[in-house]
Design a protein around this ligand. Structure first.
Ligand SMILES: *[C@@H]1O[C@H](CO)[C@@H](O)[C@H](O)[C@H]1NC(C)=O
Ligand SMILES: *[C@@H]1O[C@H](CO)[C@@H](O)[C@H](O)[C@H]1NC(C)=O
Ligand SMILES: *[C@@H]1O[C@H](CO)[C@@H](O)[C@H](O)[C@H]1NC(C)=O
Ligand SMILES: *[C@@H]1O[C@H](CO)[C@@H](O)[C@H](O)[C@H]1NC(C)=O
Ligand SMILES: *[C@@H]1O[C@H](CO)[C@@H](O)[C@H](O)[C@H]1NC(C)=O
Ligand SMILES: *[C@@H]1O[C@H](CO)[C@@H](O)[C@H](O)[C@H]1NC(C)=O
Ligand SMILES: *[C@@H]1O[C@H](CO)[C@@H](O)[C@H](O)[C@H]1NC(C)=O
Ligand SMILES: *[C@@H]1O[C@H](CO)[C@@H](O)[C@H](O)[C@H]1NC(C)=O
Ligand SMILES: *[C@@H]1O[C@H](CO)[C@@H](O)[C@H](O)[C@H]1NC(C)=O
Ligand SMILES: *[C@@H]1O[C@H](CO)[C@@H](O)[C@H](O)[C@H]1NC(C)=O
Length: 421
């Protein structure tokens, strides 16, 4: 048992590391990425002990020069886990002091700085702070259910890479009073930012016909949220893009059924959308997955999902979207699609009256899944004029709130910096 466990953890680490070194949109890595996630993480997280042992730590720390000449930090936190050396290479002057516009809280699973859980850092963040609170999270997997309450706006989660830092839990609709509360992370506040971190739900993948097995990785219910270089891992209902204006860039989003759903007004740029629905043999008619289920309920709402320069791949045979609510609105632009996309493209949720009210558009997409010759009649191949409002960050009023990735980025000091040793 112990050996098996060790082997599994090595696998998870290996796959995580391989993800870190791969590039977006490289079709060669898709089968490999598909192999990751559910199988490995799920097994590690649920088949073995709970909570599972720490899989990855100190990746960020290990690139920091060890000889910093200060030893006072070695006994910070619970520094007794693996002897006195666990925090040896942790930077002594980290996190940096607050500035007039930022407060920085440090989370390290091994106790090398103030907080060992993400939630404890959120709890310590001031209520209704006019400053941004940056929660710097060291590499590692954080097994906890996390909530950012409405009265904690302006929070940033900054991880060390979506393949090395993750918040993981395993609630389902059944275990949490409904899908909407199953999120491993739930964000209710405005102006939330996440950089270089993954959100995962490792509940068992639903089998066909299962009820109550929906398992959200993150629910985003606050306005003006931005996600840069983040991962979203789950199966059914992975990413609950609930409400508000949201921006996603360079993200990896994995799931099976309705894996991006909600009534958000969101712009997804350069993202990979990966289906893990079961493989479907060529010629078989079955549809076993859906990328989006947008929830626009009336023509008065200005919500919708836009995917710009994204890619869709993975396994199964999936629809681009289905009409969860009558005015569901989704546009794919400049997006490559493999042949996992069902040729009809979209589904009206078995309600033909919705064919009149949904807005499902495609613009300048490519790949074998983007052949629109046998799409449903309510698919719209947009012309330049029709596409213009959607292929523009003004769709989410970005000019009013979105800041560049490197604004207030907190980096660990590296050995090559001006420090003296
Ligand atoms: C989550 O994992 C724990 C530990 O394996 C298990 O006891 C619990 O039943 C799981 N919850 C769900 C909803 O699967
Ligand atoms: C080591 O840490 C564990 C868990 O935090 C704690 O229960 C134990 O008392 C600690 N042991 C020592 C010697 O500090
Ligand atoms: C972090 O820990 C240091 C001591 O190690 C303490 O001085 C500081 O107040 C703590 N900061 C927070 C935000 O808890
Ligand atoms: C967020 O912080 C900025 C300053 O960085 C401040 O102007 C703004 O009021 C804050 N937002 C909220 C909702 O507190
Ligand atoms: C963090 O995300 C940014 C934006 O996607 C990306 O350029 C950068 O390489 C990522 N950094 C790490 C350490 O993964
Ligand atoms: C959810 O709960 C219902 C009612 O108790 C039960 O029939 C169903 O099997 C449960 N689903 C899962 C995935 O456990
Ligand atoms: C499209 O996305 C790919 C992969 O993320 C990126 O390399 C490329 O620069 C993007 N193209 C544009 C025009 O933004
Ligand atoms: C699109 O699909 C139709 C019907 O299957 C096929 O005849 C046509 O050759 C395809 N077009 C391209 C560009 O592959
Ligand atoms: C685009 O399509 C709309 C609606 O069909 C039409 O009114 C408009 O003239 C078209 N514009 C161009 C540039 O083709
Ligand atoms: C984006 O939309 C805004 C407002 O509609 C417009 O002013 C701007 O020119 C557009 N940008 C581009 C690149 O089309």
């Amino acid at each position: 048992m112990a050996n098996l466990k060790a082997a599994f953890l090595v696998l998870v680490v290996a796959i995580f590391s391989s993800m870190a070194s791969t590039h977006f949109l490289n079709p060669l890595i898709l089968p490999y990425l598909k192999a990751f996630t559910k199988s490995a993480a799920l097994a590690a997280a649920t088949f073995f002990s709970w909570p599972p042992p720490l899989l990855l730590t100190r990746k960020a720390v290990s690139c920091y020069h060890r000889h910093h000449g200060r030893h006072g930090h070695h006994h910070r936190g619970n520094g007794n886990n693996t002897g006195a050396s666990v925090c040896d290479s942790f930077p002594p002057d980290f996190p940096p002091p607050d500035t007039p516009t930022t407060a920085i809280l440090c989370v390290d699973r091994n106790g090398c700085c103030n907080f060992t859980t993400v939630q404890s850092a959120i709890d310590a963040a001031p209520i209704l702070s006019p400053k941004r609170t940056i929660i710097w999270i060291n590499s590692g997997i954080y097994y906890e259910k996390v909530m950012v309450a409405r009265n904690k706006p302006n929070i940033t989660f900054q991880g060390q890479g979506y393949a090395s830092t993750a918040i993981v839990w395993n609630d389902t609709a059944n275990s949490s009073h409904g899908t909407f509360y199953s999120g491993s992370v739930q964000v209710f506040s405005s102006n939330f930012i996440a950089k270089n971190i993954s959100f995962m739900n490792v509940a068992p993948i639903p089998k066909p016909g299962d009820v109550g097995a929906q398992a959200v990785a993150i629910r985003i219910a606050g306005d003006q949220a931005a996600f840069w270089g983040c991962g979203f891992f789950g199966a059914q209902d992975t990413l609950h893009d609930d409400r508000g204006r949201h921006y996603f860039r360079d993200c990896y989003i994995q799931g099976s059924i309705d894996f991006i759903f909600g009534d958000g007004r969101s712009f997804y740029e350069n993202c990979q959308l990966i289906s893990i629905a079961s493989p479907v043999a060529a010629g078989q008619k079955v549809i076993n997955g859906v990328v989006t289920a947008h929830g626009r309920a009336s023509n008065d709402e200005n919500t919708g999902f836009v995917f710009y320069n994204c890619s869709i791949g993975g396994t199964g045979r999936v629809w681009l979207g289905r009409a969860w609510r009558p005015f569901s609105r989704v546009v794919f632009a400049y997006t490559t699609m493999t042949d996992i996309i069902a040729t009809e493209g979209w589904n009206d949720f078995n309600d033909p009256t919705r064919d009149q009210s949904v807005f499902y558009g495609e613009y300048m997409c490519s790949g074998s899944g983007a052949n629109t010759s046998t799409r449903v009649p309510f698919d719209q191949l947009l012309n330049d004029t029709q596409a213009a409002p959607f292929i523009n960050l003004s769709f989410i009023d970005a000019e009013q709130w979105l800041q560049p990735f490197d604004t207030q980025l907190i980096l660990l000091p590296l050995a090559s910096s001006s420090r003296t040793y």
